[in-house]
Design a protein around this ligand. Structure first.
Ligand code: FAD
Length: 475
C-alpha cells in the first residue's frame, strides 16, 4: 500500500497543496508516500518547451529528489514517450507499488484537463479485487490564489477586463483569508516503510534522465551561462523572493512551480507596512498586481478555453491577413531588424532566456503590428526560448501586444521602437542611429554589418492601423 503525489509544474515541497494532502493521507493510512514525475518527450515537444526551461526543470528535479530523500520519500521519474499513454502508465505504476491514492495539482490548459479527467476515470475503474486494488485520484486547485471560476461580475459573468477582475480578486482574498494559507512540507516517511530492504527501496535509486532529443542545450558554454544565470530549485526561489527589488525575475520559479503565488503574495503583504494587500507601499501593491496578472491569464484560459487552440480571445480580429514572411520572421528572431532596441532585446532573449516585460511588449508589438506577422509565430518563438515560458502568460502577453487578447492594448496603439528607449541624448543616438546618428556613427555601423531598418515605422504603423480597421469592419 502507498499514496502517490504526481509532481507536474509544482516542483517544490513548501506550500504544495496536493503534496501536503498526499502526505497526510499516507500518514493516516500508515503507508508510505511516493513521489512521481512523468517526463514525456512528446509533451515537451507539443508544449514547445525551451531547452533552457527543460534544463532548469531537470536541475530542479535533482534538488527535489535530494530534499525528498532527506524525508525518506522517494522520487520516481518515469519517461513515457507518448503523452496519451501517461494516464495508463501512471495506473500501471500505482498497481506495481500497491498504491491506492494519487494526488496532483490541476493544470488548466485543455489537453491537461482532458488528461487528468482520463486518469480520474481510469483509476476509478480499477476493480478493487485482489489483483487490482481500488484506486482514486484527487486533482486540486493550487497554482492560483483564487481558483478560476470563483470571481464573477455583478451580472454573473466572468471578467475579461483586468482592472475590475483585480478589484474583485483583492476583495475575495481579504474576505477569504484561507486562500493565502500555506501548506507545510510533507511529513517524512518512517524509514521502516520504504527503505531497509523494503519492496520500495529501489525507488530511491531512480536517476535524473538527460534532456530528451531536441531539448538539449547546445553546448557547454550555454550550460555554464544558463546555470550561473538561473540557479534552480525552491531554495533559490525563496532566497530571491526575500531579496529582490523592482522586477524580481521570479517568473522562472512561478513557471516551474518552485515558488507558489501564495507564498509570494504573503511575503509581499508581510513586507507592506499596512500588512494588507491594498494600501501602503506603492511598489509592493504594484508587484502584487503583477503576480495577479499571471493569475488573470489563467482565469482567461479556463473561461475561454479556445485560446488554447490557437484562437484569439477577441474573435473579430481573426480575419486580419497576417504575413508569414520567413525572411521577416528570421530578421526579427535574429535581432537584425535595424532597430537597436528590438535587436538588442531579441539577442538578449537568445543569450539569457529572459526579457523584461516592457521589452517583451515592444518586440511583440513590432512583430505583430510593424511587420504584421501572425502573432502566433512570435508566441511560439517565445515559448521555444524563454526560461519562464508559460502558456497562459505568454498567450496573454501576445494577445495583449497584438490587440487580440483579453483586455488587450487598443488596436490602434503601435509601440514606437525608437521612442520606447530610455531617456537621454546618448540613448537617442544609440536607439536611432539611422535617423539621429551622425555620419561617423552610421559608417561604424555599416562597417560592422549592422543592417538598415527593415521597415519604416511610420509607414508600417499606418499600414497596421488600416489592416486592423479593415479586419474589424469585416467581422
Ligand atoms: P515581476 O515584475 O517581478 O513580476 C512578478 C511576477 O508577476 C512575475 O514573475 C510573473 O509571474 C507575474 N507577471 C508580471 N507581469 C506579468 C504579465 N504581464 N503577465 C503575466 N504575469 C506577469 N510571463 C511568464 O511568466 N511566462 C511567459 O511565457 C511570458 N510571456 C510573455 C510574453 C509577452 C509578449 C509579454 C508581453 C509578457 C509575457 N510574460 C510572460 C509576462 C511578463 O513579461 C513576465 O512574467 C515578467 O517579465 C517576468 O519578470 P519578473 O519575474 O521580473 O516580473
Amino acid at each position: 500500500q502507498a499514496v502517490v503525489h504526481w509532481f507536474k509544474m509544482d516542483l517544490r515541497l513548501h506550500d504544495n497543496r496536493a503534496l501536503w494532502l498526499a502526505s497526510q493521507k499516507a500518514k493516516e493510512a500508515g503507508v508510505p508516500l511516493i513521489c512521481l514525475y512523468v517526463l514525456s518527450p512528446e509533451d515537451l515537444e507539443a508544449h514547445l518547451r525551451a531547452p533552457i526551461r527543460v534544463d532548469f526543470m531537470l536541475r530542479t528535479l535533482e534538488i527535489l529528489k535530494k530534499d525528498l530523500a532527506a524525508l525518506n520519500i522517494p522520487l520516481w521519474i518515469e519517461t513515457v514517450p507518448k503523452r496519451k499513454e501517461v494516464p495508463q502508465r501512471i495506473k500501471q505504476l500505482m498497481h506495481e507499488w500497491g498504491a491506492s491514492h494519487l494526488f496532483c495539482n490541476m493544470e488548466y490548459e485543455v489537453d491537461e484537463l482532458r488528461r487528468e479527467a482520463k486518469l480520474v476515470r481510469l483509476l476509478a475503474s480499477a476493480s478493487g479485487d485482489d489483483d487490482t486494488p481500488k484506486m482514486a485520484a484527487e486533482v486540486l486547485h493550487d497554482t492560483c490564489i483564487v481558483a478560476p471560476g470563483a470571481l464573477k461580475s455583478s451580472s454573473g459573468r466572468q471578467y475579461s477586463v483586468y482592472a475590475p477582475w483585480f478589484r474583485s480578486w483583492l476583495r475575495y482574498v481579504e474576505e477569504n483569508p484561507d486562500c493565502l494559507e500555506i501548506s507545510p512540507p510533507p511529513l517524512p516517511n518512517p524509514p521502516s516503510t520504504v527503505r531497509q530492504g523494503g519492496k520500495l527501496a529501489h525507488l530511491f535509486g531512480c536517476p535524473i534522465p538527460p534532456a530528451p532529443e531536441g531539448k538539449q542545450l547546445r553546448d557547454d558554454d550555454e550550460k555554464v551561462r544558463f546555470r550561473a544565470l538561473w540557479p534552480a530549485g525552491e531554495h533559490e526561489a525563496l532566497k530571491r523572493l526575500n531579496k529582490f527589488w523592482g522586477t524580481s525575475k521570479l517568473s522562472v520559479h512561478f513557471a516551474a512551480g518552485t515558488l507558489s503565488a501564495r507564498t509570494a503574495v504573503r511575503a509581499a503583504r508581510e513586507r507592506n507596512r499596512t500588512k494588507r494587500l491594498n494600501g501602503g507601499d506603492e511598489g509592493i501593491q504594484r508587484w502584487v498586481g503583477e503576480v495577479a496578472w499571471r493569475e488573470f491569464y489563467r482565469h482567461v484560459v479556463v473561461n475561454w478555453p479556445y485560446v488554447c487552440m490557437n484562437k484569439p480571445h477577441h474573435p473579430p480580429l481573426s480575419s486580419i491577413p497576417w504575413s508569414y514572411s520567413p525572411s521577416h520572421l528570421s530578421l526579427w528572431t535574429l535581432g537584425l531588424t535595424g532597430y537597436p532596441l528590438i535587436d538588442a532585446s531579441m539577442r538578449c532573449l537568445l543569450t539569457t532566456g529572459y526579457l523584461h516585460n516592457r521589452l517583451r511588449m515592444v518586440v511583440a508589438s513590432f512583430l505583430s503590428k510593424d511587420l504584421l506577422l501572425d502573432w502566433r509565430l512570435g508566441e511560439q518563438y517565445f515559448m521555444l526560448h524563454l526560461i519562464d515560458g508559460d502558456f497562459a502568460s505568454n498567450n496573454g502577453g501576445w494577445g495583449w501586444a497584438a490587440s487580440v487578447g483579453a483586455d488587450a492594448q487598443p488596436w490602434f496603439r503601435v509601440f514606437n521602437p525608437v521612442r520606447q528607449r530610455g531617456k537621454g541624448r546618448e540613448g537617442g543616438v544609440i536607439h536611432d542611429p539611422w535617423g539621429r546618428g551622425d555620419e561617423k556613427v552610421r559608417r561604424k555601423l555599416e562597417e560592422r554589418g549592422y543592417p538598415r531598418m527593415m521597415v519604416d515605422h511610420a509607414e508600417a504603423r499606418r499600414r497596421a492601423i488600416e489592416e486592423y480597421r479593415r479586419g474589424l469592419a469585416r467581422d
